[in-house]
Design a protein around this ligand. Sequence first.
Ligand SMILES: *Cc1c(COP(=O)(O)O)cnc(C)c1O
Length: 496
Amino acid sequence: MKEILYKSTRSEGGYLKASEAILKGLADDGGLFVPTEIPELDVSVEALSKMTYQQVAYEVMKLYFTDFTEEELKNCIAQAYDEKFDTPEIAPLAEVDGAYYLELFHGKTIAFKDMALSILPHLLTTSAKKNNVKNEIVILTATSGDTGKAAMAGFADVKGTRIIVFYPHGGVSPIQEKQMVTQKGDNTYVVAIEGNFDQAQSGVKKIFGNKKLAEELAEKGFQFSSANSINIGRLIPQVAYYVYAYAKLYAEGKLAQNQKMNVVVPTGNFGNILAAYYAKNMGLPVDKLICASNENKVLFDFFQTGEYDKNREFILTTSPSMDILISSNLERLIYRIAGDNAEKNHELMTRLATDGKYAVTDEMKDRLSDFYGNYATEEETAQMIRETYEKTGYVMDTHTAVAACAYKKYTDETGDDTVTVIASTASPFKFTRSVMNAIDPKYDKLSDFELVDELSKIGNIKVPNAIEEIRNAEIRHNNLVRVDEMEAIVKKFLSI
Ligand SMILES: *Cc1c(COP(=O)(O)O)cnc(C)c1O
């Protein structure tokens, strides 16, 4: 098999093996790691169509993580995609109103980040072993709600790791807070801070940048790492479910050999849709990549005009995981449409950092023709949830509804009737209040758990374990600190 190495999007040289890139997370120059080339799928769709999710995941990941042995990779996959998921298919497809919803929310925290965060800890600890890293890995994250919980669920009780999550006190939903403070696992630590998400984030960055602390840590056998969405160990596992979805539709006779499918992705940080783009570049018959945004429609404007401009009002929506003005993974696409030109990409990213905007050249814009962007207003999102429920009985979450709206606008505009997969990124039980309010405002007077039971009733869906578990779970974490005490509490947890 051809060896794939990783390099930064911002400079030439410095090639790393996959395991080294996973351990490092971010390149020293601030760029993201990209594979030196995108490998081609080397198994037929016919063969893939007879495989389980785990087997397909192996066929994809072995092409990228070429310094992992077959046994190492298969172990990581087996430990990630097991009974933690509440469906044996891991990522089932639901046919609703002429489209296929790829349900990526059957993991521990009922959102799609589980797809990557359930395998990252195993890729990370395997990478550490391969590179003779003896230190225990300490993951530090600041979260506005979802990522922190999904990361903890992934790292809980994984040997050789600890995870410390900071969240803004009063800045996450009551259900999100309850999910976090009830987290099990002897290696998990949760801390509320007196401040907002940005302060939590800067606090974590400051701890990461503290060289003296890093030395003290190393003496005691620890090193910091992060689990954020730009790690190549999070991106590549996401390629697998697009290949799996295609193979599944082929197996069911919904797609013929080489027939193309479109993919719609509700987008925030651009990781999920980038994975679909990688799948296409590997030779999977994907036609359009439909990028759906909520009212924070930076990406829609970018695909329209070729200018990326984050200088605008930040809007809080009912699809909070897409409330993002800087889509960090977009950098990997920019690098590619620049013709793998690190210098050009660096120039644009510097402009983003200084002016908050940049424009791509006409030649680069022409290379975006695989993509189509659109967006949904809050009103349209709610209407989509309500109408789909009334027409079909299927209840979708707010993020998925944004994608369904963008898809509708796309078909209205183009008449394109290509078979379409819509990435469904969260269970409706994760955003119960917004979902139930969209169906009927009368539900707003119910409490959070009353809403859960009502949703279960009207949608005829079993309440997911992730929700049942927190109903009566014991509070295990009770820490509240000031921003200037963050470092001290990290030291306390690690007894240094
Ligand atoms: C993170 C997230 C998204 C956005 O995914 P990106 O890879 O950041 O584009 C969409 N929906 C949900 C529910 C999410 O948690």
